[in-house]
Ligand binder design. Sequence first.
Ligand code: HEM
Ligand SMILES: *[C@@H]1O[C@H](CO)[C@@H](O)[C@H](O)[C@H]1NC(C)=O
Ligand SMILES: *[C@@H]1O[C@H](CO)[C@@H](O)[C@H](O)[C@H]1NC(C)=O
Ligand SMILES: *[C@@H]1O[C@H](CO)[C@@H](O)[C@H](O)[C@H]1NC(C)=O
Length: 515
Amino acid sequence: MDHIIFLVALVSVPLLALHYWRTREHDPKEPPLIFPRIPIIGHALGIIRHGVPYYTKHSTLYPSQPVYTMDLLLNKSYIVNSPSLVAAVQRNHRVISFDPFLTGAANRMAGITGPGLELLREEQNGGRGINNKVLHSMHPALLGTGLDRMNEKMIKFLKLSVDELATTHNVNTSFDLHAWCRHAITVASTDAVYGSINPYKEREVEDSLWTFESRLTPLLVNIMPSITSRKSFRARARLVAALVKYYEARGHENSSELTYNRWKVQHDAGATTEDIAKLEAAAGIGILSNTVPSTFWTLFDIYSRPSLLLELREEIRQNGLVIEPDTGLHIVDLASIRDSCHLLVSSFQETLRLRSNGAPTRVVCKDILLNDQWLLKEGSILQMPAPTINRQPVAWGDATSDFNPRRFMKDTSQRDMKRATAFMSFGASPNICPGRHFASGEILALAAMMILRYDIAPESGIWRPPMLNTKAMAASVTPPGEMFLVKVHEREEFKGDKWDFRVMEGRGKFSLVVG
Ligand code: HEM
Ligand SMILES: *[C@@H]1O[C@H](CO)[C@@H](O)[C@H](O)[C@H]1NC(C)=O
Ligand SMILES: *[C@@H]1O[C@H](CO)[C@@H](O)[C@H](O)[C@H]1NC(C)=O
Ligand SMILES: *[C@@H]1O[C@H](CO)[C@@H](O)[C@H](O)[C@H]1NC(C)=O
């Protein structure tokens, strides 16, 4: 139902768009315009329907085109395909900036308006620049000392979820692997982030976040969202209400450095609790919406390759597992996984390389000549789609669409990768994802313990990838849009053994490839 209203709202836009289209001129020095099949509104419709994969389709139609222009009705977007232009964008990060995009997210995704939005808005456009300060306040928690605290808590809950598979899901019950990953990761991450009165402990709050997340695109279009995207709009409101309650009960005071710092920067700048809660609801998407599908696809890509699975089982058994002699406790050691399970860490990055449909987005703040060649105009958007850049032969060699679990190996003789500016899955410098170590620790710990303890078999008998949910616009790693039913068997080798994880102080950071 909300779809129909949404489409009606959408078709009222073209008249306006036609006006823009006719009056706007395209400078010959700008990247060439790519025309949509359906005139005028085709690109906007395509992106709404297909998400970022829509860019890839065009990029494969024009493979030798390093950058081109797409008209998105109200804005024009430059789509960058070439790693050397990514490097040029990085060099010009003050002019081709991430910050205005953050303001847009605070408005459309979090629903913040009025003085609250001006507080968050970037300084170069007359705001107080608080959004940027909030982002920086997260760094100690995600890249410094706070990471150990968060990992310790996260991993306790992860263990409970993996243990539970041996008891509640027996050989005769099949379940949706994606839904299982979603719950396991939500519980573990939010406990670490929000502390003792974590609002996501309530199933209704967890479900609200995922309703909000999985139907985000209509909300971002932002044409009367309370009508055109009622489900996600209401889910967001429930989530915000739960977070307001959390702050009023002073939950942030006994949480994590991450949550406390985010609250403090906004509170000290004069933000209302309501607005802090709104920004935090959107932050929930940032924390979870990539980690969950990355977990799902990591398991999928490994378990669907029996010989890789065996190799990894051997690697983890030898290098990542410690069996305590006196208690018999089986311990999966996160630091050893990081330092010694190279094939596992490499496979994970290969999954991110091929499964990322993200497109790091920037706003052009002043006219600029990129690489002395391409004119980019003020007010336009620039995007660097991972599906294209992550597969460019100049950076990745031949067969770039093949899953090669050794592509990211430390040992450079096995490694098949030429330049890091071609890896968009964690974004592009200087806005590289600061949550990558936390997420990697979580995903790799879960995968390692699963690989040792369980076999997974799809109910259908074949590992056919499920359809994708292209409306989950915030997830750069696109989640499944349908159930993927599996049966899980506890392996004989370790049947009945007691398990735990171990994290070691100061060793939570992974040396991952970033763009
Ligand atoms: C596998 C999981 C994850 C993936 C694939 C991922 C991916 C990304 C990507 C593509 C960006 C955009 C950067 C750009 O535009 O250049 C980003 C930014 C960001 N991510 Fe993640 N992310 C993950 C997990 C997390 C987690 C767990 C957190 C927090 C706990 C987090 C926090 C952030 C933040 C705060 C930013 C904004 C960075 C900035 O502007 O400086 N991410 N992430
Ligand atoms: C997009 O278009 C709107 C309306 O024409 C304009 O106000 C805005 O500055 C443009 N750029 C971005 C990044 O939204
Ligand atoms: C699974 O089902 C079979 C036959 O339906 C039954 O014999 C067996 O006991 C069941 N196993 C479990 C663990 O429930
Ligand atoms: C703070 O959180 C810890 C666990 O996260 C909990 O054990 C403790 O009781 C909490 N303290 C207060 C005062 O709520």
